[in-house]
Design a protein around this ligand. Structure first.
Ligand code: AVI
Length: 344
């Protein structure tokens, strides 16, 4: 199950209505776009799981490695300033099935004896799976799941007496937001925290290019355009979803997965490129009358941005939401960073 990181921009309506709204707005815009939340239907969620295990997609295993190597220090730093009886409560935004979080929870139990964990996600199924896994494997954790969309709702934080909150926003999910939306997500979180609470943010790093730099644009391009074609299938699945949900007539063979590194914006962009000039039909639906979408040969639909950060950009983002960096950890190859910040 992927991190559920996106919410429809439409008002609160059924998922199919939201898909209809999104397709109408995005496919009639110039340039054409589709929001990345459309990736995560059942098939797309399965494909995302496969992506996280691909040899080229280093993000998931690298972040897991950073947790495994530094969990003790991360939790000690987050607890600094606590009174002797004070404990950390962990909350996680877009927790999904919380697979990597287990490392941090096990360490919290080791340090504190027990821990309360509040995963927040829009997917009830993912939360149930997370809860079941954690309760079965990590004694000492009390799970209090919250179904909520943290991108648009106030977080339902359940503050316990004499505890400090450590909020987890990991998996590079922040990178899929436009910079101003990323700031708003963190501001929404900050509004629920008290000074001294902490945030652990996972960010994928920008290419480090220098003489010892071993992360290049090619590293990133491979991660989003793997040899087995799983990411291509994940991207093209959006069109399958529009065909199914809206009875559109996209011919998948007429589109191809395109990835580029945009150095000015410091982001990977995923597009679907029309390989021929063609017309696609979308029947009437809840968002309006039938319409056609004309594609020139080579024209693309922009489906995702994945922003990559350097440490200055992480600090700037954090401070724009009233957090101050405490400490960060990277893997030996400087592919990925995990940053602890304090609410100020
Ligand atoms: C969910 N998110 C952090 C992924 C990323 O790396 O931006 C989504 C993804 N898109 C293609 N591959 C993975």
């Amino acid at each position: 199950m992927p991190p559920t990181i996106f919410a429809p921009d439409a008002p609160l309506i059924s998922t199919t209505d939201a898909v209809a709204f999104e397709a109408r707005v995005g496919l009639t815009a110039t340039p054409k776009t589709l929001s990345p939340w459309l990736f995560y239907d059942e098939a797309g969620s399965r494909l995302f799981e496969q992506i996280t295990e691909l040899p080229e997609y280093y993000l998931t295993r690298t972040e897991r490695g950073i947790f495994a190597a530094n969990a003790d220090e991360i939790l000690c730093e987050a607890a600094l300033g606590q009174g002797p009886s004070g404990k950390l409560t962990l909350i996680e935004l877009g927790a999904g099935t919380a697979t990597k979080t287990g490392i941090l929870l096990a360490e919290a139990v080791r340090q504190q004896g027990s821990v309360v964990y509040q995963p927040v996600d829009v997917s009830e199924t993912a939360l149930a799976e997370a809860s079941e896994n954690i309760l079965a494997n990590i004694p000492g954790v009390t799970v209090r799941s919250q179904v909520a969309d943290y991108t648009r709702e106030a977080l339902p934080l359940n503050r316990l007496p004499e505890t400090r909150t450590l909020a987890l926003y990991i998996g590079s999910s922040i990178g899929n937001f436009m910079p101003e939306d990323a700031r708003d997500v963190l501001r929404n979180l900050r509004a629920q925290l008290l000074p001294g609470d902490t945030l652990l943010l996972g960010t994928d790093l920008a290419p480090n290019g220098g003489p010892n730099g071993n992360k290049t644009a090619a590293t990133l391009l491979a991660a989003y355009d793997d040899a087995a074609g799983v990411t291509a299938a994940f991207n093209l699945n959006v069109l399958t979803r529009l065909n199914r949900d809206l009875k559109a007539d996209f011919a998948l063979a007429n589109f191809k997965h395109r990835v580029c590194w945009n150095p000015t914006q410091s982001r990977i962009e995923m597009h679907l490129e029309s390989v021929i000039a063609q017309r696609v039909h979308i029947p009437a639906n809840s968002s309006g009358p039938a319409f056609v979408v004309d594609f020139a040969r080579g024209e693309t639909i922009h489906t995702e941005n994945s922003y990559k950060f350097n440490s200055a950009a992480v600090e700037e983002l954090l401070s724009s939401a009233n957090f101050k960096k405490t400490k960060s950890w990277e893997d030996p190859q400087h592919l990925f960073a995990v940053t602890l910040a304090t609410a100020v």
